[in-house]
Design a protein around this ligand. Structure first.
Ligand SMILES: [Ca+2]
Ligand SMILES: [Ca+2]
Length: 326
């Protein structure tokens, strides 16, 4: 992995999904002959354990457009209380799958272990454009009646919180012109705030990485390597620790390639424990209409196997576990 993230050769010429808004690289289009009611019946059967569970969920939820999923979600919720009653386990599973298009971080916190809230928040705020963050913030307000930044403040603390809150404002510079002199100056400032200094001036890293545009930061990454003979990611890893290190590294990775960053998250989620399903679902469903083709390609490049086969193995194992519990 280090090699992949350390290679800056083609960086300045590659497209950035933080600025792409088309759906041309998505894998999901509107399904022809779509009927929400039919999908709801299929989902209910799957959730009640008639037939294979996870495969039906994945088929239905990744084979419909976002607008279609919203209709399924609505149809499902209108009928689901009478059918499922107070059966908590299916409800959690269903809510995890169906509400993931909103990706409201707080919804997940109570079902996860310690540390996973931060990991989820890091992924969400490092990988999204201003427009996506604005949409998330609006959805959060509509769903909970509270401001997202207000709730974030109560979830997290320290330099990590400072960084997250800047990102949550969704005010990253989105201009596309690159100022090379400024990139050189930023690279020097970062070098002096980290490697050259006894201790670390974290605020310098936070300021530059949260405010500059993606093209500007790419130039800065190149200048930083020329100046220090290290990648900025390596310096962040040496200088910092914990949630702040994870978040700043995630930003650097997303500046390089959001699809590659998400491919890595997906890979780790299929190998890890605990929150794997919500990571899988959030990325698979959240990116399906945007850049899933790129994520697949990056996955293959990074790990030498297809995303499909990796998830298939994971889903089969999950099926076995679910059957075992019944
Ligand atoms: Ca230092
Ligand atoms: Ca470290």
């Amino acid at each position: 992995m280090a090699n992949v993230w350390g290679d800056l050769d083609l960086l300045l010429d590659s497209p950035s999904s933080l600025t792409v808004t088309s759906t041309a690289r998505g894998t999901i289009k509107e399904k022809a002959g779509f009927k929400a009611a039919e999908d709801v019946v299929a989902l209910r059967k799957a959730i009640e354990g008639i037939g294979t569970t996870e495969n039906t969920l994945v088929d239905v939820l990744t084979g419909r457009s976002n607008a279609q999923r919203q209709l399924i979600c609505k149809a499902y919720q209108e009928g689901h209380l009478s059918v499922l009653g107070n059966n908590l386990v299916p409800n959690i599973t269903v809510n995890d799958h169906l509400s993931c298009t909103l990706c409201i971080p707080a919804c997940y916190t109570h079902t996860q272990g310690p540390g996973t809230t931060e990991a989820t928040l890091t992924e969400i705020f490092a990988s999204r454009s201003n427009k996506q963050i604005k949409a998330l913030s609006d959805a959060y307000l509509a769903e909970t009646g509270r401001s997202m930044t207000h709730d974030l403040k109560s979830e997290v603390s320290g330099d990590y919180a400072t960084t997250l809150l800047i990102l949550a404002e969704g005010k990253r510079d989105e201009s596309t012109n690159v100022d090379t002199a400024k990139a050189k100056a930023d690279a020097k400032a970062l070098y002096e705030a980290g490697e050259k200094k006894w201790g670390t001036d974290e605020s310098k890293f936070i300021d530059i990485l949260c405010h500059r545009s993606v093209p500007q930061l790419r130039q800065t990454l190149v200048e930083y390597k020329a100046l220090s003979n290290k990648t900025l990611q390596e310096s962040i890893e040496r200088e910092m620790s914990g949630n702040l290190e994870d978040l700043l590294v995630a930003i650097v990775k997303c500046v390089k390639s959001v699809p590659a960053y998400l491919a890595e998250r997906l890979f780790k989620s299929t190998k890890g424990v605990g929150t794997t399903e919500s990571i899988l679902t959030r990325i698979m469903v959240g990116r399906s209409e945007m850049d899933m083709l790129d994520i697949r390609a990056e996955f293959k490049k990074l790990f030498g196997c297809s995303l499909y086969s990796t998830i298939k193995v994971f889903a089969d194992n999950l099926d076995r576990k679910l059957c075992h519990h019944r």
